[in-house]
Unconditional design. Structure first.
Length: 212
């Protein structure tokens, strides 16, 4: 729920993606959650954010999520049994750049339900677990985002799942905020935010300094 500012760094103007992006997300996760499973969740989320911000068409949300999942599976060569010399060289380079490459690669299986986003999105709410466990949180946030058509609907669906509502609504709301924009947030919600003007100034300063 605190990874968004780091994820947005992947979208800065003129940025070229490297292994350092993933390491940055992992290190940011490790400030509070250092397990490889949490690091992988933050990586997946960061790539989804990147795709939603930078890739067209903007409204093809499911495609951008699926592309992020596919990116992760390809990067860690998941499911590849016959690795050729070029792929082995690439993996060795990733290992040199990312000390936790193999540890994170070993966690891919816990996110199996996200492999096929179309199938995952079709799951009923009864099969979505709204707990603070990192896998459940990421799944629930993605499910809420992809089964709704507005910021308000997405956040309300996350809250109505019950469980760890503040975390899941925050994670899901981040995706919905990118997809639908600031103006899509209900005015009555924005008007109840404490220090709203200061937060807007801080956000503008962040964009000017790090993203422009």
């Amino acid at each position: 729920m605190r990874i968004m500012p780091f994820a947005l760094l992947l979208t800065r103007k003129g940025h070229v993606a490297t292994d350092a992006d993933r390491t940055m997300l992992h290190n940011a996760s490790a400030l509070t959650h250092a397990h490889a499973r949490s690091k992988l969740a933050c990586e997946i989320y960061g790539l989804i954010v990147r795709n939603l911000v930078t890739h067209a068409p903007k409204k093809d949300h499911a495609k951008h999520v699926q592309d992020a999942i596919n990116d992760v599976l390809l990067f860690y060569r998941e499911g590849v049994s016959d690795i050729d010399a070029d792929e082995k060289a690439a993996m060795d380079q990733h290992r040199a750049d990312m000390p936790d490459y193999d540890a994170i690669r070993g966690e891919l299986g816990v996110y199996d339900r996200l492999r096929n986003i179309e199938v995952f999105t079709a799951l009923p709410a009864s099969e979505i677990h709204s707990t603070g466990y990192v896998v459940d949180t990421l799944e629930a946030a993605i499910w809420c985002f992809l089964t709704t058509d507005s910021y308000k609907e997405c956040v309300l669906r996350a809250v109505n799942l019950g469980g760890d509502t503040d975390t899941i609504a925050c994670v899901a709301g981040g995706l919905a905020g990118i997809a639908y924009g600031y103006d899509s947030i209900p005015e009555e919600w924005k008007n109840t935010i404490v220090k709203k003007d200061w937060i807007l100034e801080l956000s503008d300063a962040f964009q000017t300094r790090y993203l422009s």
